[in-house]
Write a protein that binds this ligand. Structure first.
Ligand SMILES: Cc1cc2nc3c(=O)[nH]c(=O)nc-3n(C[C@H](O)[C@H](O)[C@H](O)COP(=O)(O)OP(=O)(O)OC[C@H]3O[C@@H](n4cnc5c(N)ncnc54)[C@H](O)[C@@H]3O)c2cc1C
Length: 379
């Protein structure tokens, strides 16, 4: 049965949910508070890493589910979004071995490279330990991916409304009354900043860093989430698009918790430290770049990235919404499906997460790893 579904948030997660729900024939309306392509949340910019290599096999499975869906999205939207360049992991041998093990068990190809082989193949990169290369990795163009998802959803009938902020969500229960649009009034009512009350059978809440503000009034068991302002930089070099994506795992003489990631993009070679930014209120954050954070990345590049030597980095800011265990929240309570806590690594899985959201809306169970209530409340 086709359901009426409101999707709150038009970033990556909301857009992906809208597409997958529309593919399944549901009547979808997306409500996004800002304009198309805005840069106040987590999904803007020109690049995100796509990779299969994860220490936790269920994420490798999720990336494998996402890969053909990214390709299907490209066919439907006519927009190229995913470019496979391969990925290089280096640093702490234990971490790299674990990735090799997970990829081997998933039957995916991967190859060990010596530091010399890394330098021969990508002279811009330096490794001082054995590295792991896997080819099923690369970059997703973030802005193009979000617009392709919304476009593909729109072509299948979804309505996408920008500039609409949701101020409240109410469980209303099925009333059997006939609403203004001629439908039976649904299970849930969403109120907007223009005092509009929209009724639907289900709502998907995908509001990124705004989740801790909006969701506790609507669902229980939401894990605590740290909303931080992260600050990667781009080094604009002419050969940026030839670079692989890469992760430098901390340990073995190089130590920044969370590690460092990088990849090529149309804006240059992007690098960032994972999850080190200050806690912020997404409505009141200072989006001016922190010079100390830029210095740290410049110093890293001097030591480890000969290919960007002497190039001045250009900073940008973006939000992480991080759960205590780093796992996402993809779960449903009554008519409310929650997509939250993407913990700085959710983009690559976008269409697969959209598919999981559609499963939940249709009443299929979610995975315990992503459940609401999995983190015991603080005493
Ligand atoms: C610097 C950085 C680098 C990253 N690198 C990678 C990477 O390489 N690979 C990877 O896989 N992932 C990466 N990520 C993570 C990935 O980008 C995020 O997981 C993903 O974009 C989260 O999308 P979202 O839809 O949850 O959040 P958002 O993009 O923030 O979307 C939430 C949307 O909800 C809207 N909204 C909020 N409140 C309301 C309301 N009340 N009413 C209506 N609309 C509302 C917001 O305006 C926003 O558009 C990175 C993230 C950052 C910040």
């Amino acid at each position: 049965m086709a359901l009426r579904v409101l999707v709150i948030g038009g970033g990556l997660m909301g857009a992906a949910a809208a597409w997958r729900l529309s593919v399944r024939g549901h009547h979808v309306t997306v409500l996004e508070r800002f304009g198309p392509g805005h840069d106040r949340g987590s999904s803007h910019g020109t690049s995100r890493i796509f990779r299969l290599a994860y220490a936790e096999p269920s994420y490798t499975e999720l990336a494998l589910r996402a890969l053909p869906l990214w390709r299907r999205l490209e066919e439907e939207s006519g927009q190229s979004v995913l470019t496979l360049t391969g990925a290089v992991d280096h640093g702490l041998p234990r971490a790299v071995d674990r990735l090799a093990d997970v990829l081997a068990k998933a039957g995916r190809s991967a190859r060990r490279l010596s530091p010399g082989e890394v330098a021969d193949r990508w002279p811009g990169l330096r490794a001082d330990t054995a590295a792991l290369y896997h080819p099923d990795a690369g970059r997703v163009h973030a802005d193009d991916a979000v617009s392709a998802l919304l476009k593909a959803a729109g072509r299948r009938g979804a309505e996408v409304r920008h500039g609409v902020r949701v101020t409240g969500i109410r469980h209303t229960g099925a009333t059997g009354r006939i609403g203004r649009a001629g439908h039976t009034e649904g299970q849930v009512t969403v109120v907007t900043d223009a005092d509009e009350a929209l009724s639907a059978d289900a709502v998907v809440v995908a509001v990124g860093g705004w989740a801790p503000g909006l969701l506790p009034a609507v669902v229980t068991g939401l894990p605590p989430m740290r909303v931080t302002q992260e600050q990667p930089v781009h080094f604009p070099v002419p050969d940026a698009l030839d670079w692989p994506s890469f992760v430098h795992h901390p340990g073995a003489g190089w130590d920044v918790p969370g590690g460092l990631y990088g990849l090529g993009s149309v804006d240059g070679v992007k690098i960032g430290l994972h999850g080190v930014g200050p806690v912020v209120d997404p409505d009141r954050r200072d989006r001016t770049p922190d010079p100390a954070a830029v210095d740290r990345l410049r110093a890293y590049a001097q030591e480890w990235l000969p290919g960007v030597a002497g190039v001045e980095p250009v900073p940008l800011t973006c939000l992480y919404t991080t759960t205590p265990d780093g796992d996402f929240v993809i779960d449903r309570q009554g008519p409310v499906t929650v997509l939250a806590g993407c913990s700085g690594h959710g983009f690559k899985f976008g269409p697969a997460i959209g598919d999981l959201a559609a499963d939940l809306v249709e009443g299929r169970p979610g995975a315990p790893r992503f459940a609401l209530g999995r983190v015991p409340p603080a005493r």
